[in-house]
Write a protein that binds this ligand. Sequence first.
Ligand SMILES: [Mn+2]
Length: 472
Amino acid sequence: MKTSVPEPMEKAFSKAKKMVETAEDIKIYSHIDCDGITAGAIISTMLERMDKEHEVEFISLDKIDHLKLENELTIFSDLGSGQATEKLSTSSSNILILDHHPSLRGRDFNYSTIQGKFLEINPLFYGINGSHEISGGGMAYLLARKFGYSDLSWMGVLSGVGDMQNSLSGKLEGLNSMILQESIQEGQIKSINDIAIYGRQTRPLFVALSYFGDVHLPITNNKTESILLLNKLGIEKKNKKEHRKLCDLSSAEKGKLFSELVKMLSREVPQRYIKHIPKLVLADSYEFLNEEPYTPLRDASEFSTAVNACSRNKRADVALKILKGDRIAALDEMDVLSKDHRRYLAQKIEAIENEDMIISMENLQYFEGNGIKSEVIGTIAGMILSYGDWRKPIIGFTQISDENTDIKVSLRCSRLLAYDGIHFGHIIRNVAEKVGGSGGGHSVACGAYLPADKKENFLKLFNQCLNNKLST
Ligand SMILES: [Mn+2]
């Protein structure tokens, strides 16, 4: 079935289009993560093409309450729904929200107290799931599309991947898949059902393999074992001098690798999970055909890491330039930021591993971030998942920022738990709210914000909540 934008939602975007057309001076606040930065790039490109005066600023959620709106039109993108943005309205500034997170304002919200024009477009108002059917960048693209800019669809795909919208099923679904199809039609993307290892274009295959999967295998974090595995399968490690990457493999070679990974996983998990294993080994990947092969921009997943590397270093401006087409100056800067990002992640992970920082409770495992930047606590939780016990989720804690002592929490778990029907995004929201925080997200990747002194309480409740839910 072909997915399309529901009629009432199309109407809302038509209204949004008018708001943009009639405004001469526009400010965009977008979220400072891969999805938000890409959303900002879509809107900025769109406005530039229309010769509209505008400014983009990337912010974290805690900044929103303190904003003063001074422009004729303010666009909140990938944020704004979960905040009391209506309180910011003035008679001289209109507000447009394009978000996909749960909204504080339901359909029956009383808008009469708002002074200027206020339009909030959120997929949840139209029965569309905001965690796997459309991202913040996807929402931005649906607006750009109203102006005929379907060539920006590739960025809608990038933001969906950056937001981990495909994390559970391994493919883009719903409106995400509609946006993907438009991008394929534009000749920008090739979608390939491929082995689900990270680093298709840039990582030597034996390295990429050592990071495979959310269940601990002999090859996990073990490059020697990875090399032995490739030898055993008769897969060449090098093309002449260069290490081969996943994208260099023939389909026969990929087939051999697929069967072997399925076999290895089957030895590690209980019988009833075996039917899910192929879903862990294969996923759709998205290749940007206009980007150079063997660069991090060629593969959507690697591109999104590069954008995150910029945001972690508070250099969203670099990512914005690249997204808007700068492939020279900004690319060198991004390269440096990416190397630094990888080094940072490796150091933190090594520390967690060497110092045995993963603490196990009955139903969960956690680690104290000890200064890990809040922007990457989720990435790190995901990367150390395979060091721990795949039967339990792993939770990382860190302070939000130097100035803000509240806690950011990130959870990652094996997809096998989600196939069992556990939705950690829902659980984390409930538990966080019980201790005076907020949270949400996907079933296998989610997070929360907690008051500074609520960590112990949160852990206790979370652990209790999982009693009898996890398999043994
Ligand atoms: Mn988002």
